[in-house]
Design a protein around this ligand. Sequence first.
Ligand code: AKG
Length: 511
Amino acid sequence: MLELDGASLTYEEFRCNCLEPNRPAIIRNACQNGGTTYFDLTELIHRLSPQVLLDTIGPETLVPVYPSPCTAELNDTAAKDGCAEAIRDEGETSPCGPTYRSGRGEAAAATEIDGDDDEGCREVPLRNVLESWDQTGAHRGVGTSKSRVYYLKDWHLQEALENAAANTEGELFGGSLAVTSGFARQREKGAHGNALYRVPDFLGADWMDPFCRYMTQSSASPLAGSEEEFSLPAAAAAAMQCGGNGLTSACTSTPRPVGFGSNRSDYRFAYIGPVGSWTPLHCDVFGTYSWSFNVCGDKLWFFPTMSGNAYLHAHLLPSFPTPPDIRVLTGFATESVVQHPGDLVFVPARFYHQVHNISGETFPASWYTNPAASDEETGSPQGASSTSSLVGPLTMALNHNWCNTFNIECMTQTFLRDAQRLVRSLSVDDLTVICDTKDVVVWRDYVDAMLHGGTNWSYASMTCFLTFCVHCIGSVAPGMVAAEDERAMAGERVRQLLAEVRESYEHLFAA
Ligand SMILES: O=C(O)CCC(=O)C(=O)O
């Protein structure tokens, strides 16, 4: 695994070693670079500690958790193998796709959390999640078992912290989101989560975050000033309207810009999990890159080699159940690395990875055992006794998905493949019955809505996104290119991709 030193890393080095070849890397010592502090570990550990989270976000706030089978066994093996070293497995490639190597590892046995064995995402009050990690066992009974633990992940913590601060500062617009100028400006300058951290400049440009910010602002309030902030002239704003963006559309509803997922999605996350929780083999959403910064504890990452990644794309079935110890699979070679606090892992576009929380920190926290009895006026609990506990050990990380000129083509091609896959699964007869017409303009609208509902992106959102990028690159909006010599190439590439997406939509049902 490529190792880089974050203290001295330049954007040019990162571009040449990681972005251009689409190659994973671990960046050690990523807290400071060139005299700028991007992550302050002491401050981060404090602000992400369970007690401070309870105080700032609120115990009843719903957070996304995944019941994760625990992998204590893997941790033992990994430790024995001395996994700071890359583990290379030069397995022969198999034409049949990945198979299990005999004799090593088994998927952890599963038991129920909350009487439900569904491993998908669910929303649970923050209090319940923290209680489930109580080391003393005093708060057990919220649904943990020895072999399954809650893993708090894909949590929009940054947004939650911005909203909480905006609330406190009376800045909240219309009682909804922290879209007001202060936080939007901080975010534009690369500071996230109410000054929780800054994105290191060596990672280069990010086109996802400004687009998501624009969409959030423009859908939250016409007064939020998003057009001013992004200097979108009327023509660019109009070009982003659904139904007026070059997509021939039968939709008669009011034209509006379309973002990814819900129009207010963002791609900034926190991952907090007890030792033993893990994320199975996957590639990141939309063909984006991701970076993951470790705040406390250690993570063990498994990546296929470059050729192993190509092999997995050609052979891995979407529902193939990957085992905790990925090394039991044959057919592709893997490498692994242990990420410590202060290290940042770069995950390339459409690159498989599997991640295990292998060590963590323990935190003191206290709960009111009878929160319903708390006095609403003073906020102090009445008739509710507070008990002190130890929570953990926990591994904590921050993470962004992003894209720029080096993976925008991969992203667009990934989208076009998703769209084609959906179209192939629909017959002309079905569409005629469902849409009650043979009009392909109606079919296209219908399929695009289906695509958006199922995959969180669509021709409408890709067209809006690429139009936004063309405009921002051309108008020299801040942060769209990390080096000025990339601007012309970036602009040209995005214009071509926009034309390709429009062309594909136009011919979606061509013979
Ligand atoms: O930390 C984890 O559990 C998963 C992280 C991940 O998949 C990512 O950052 O892309």
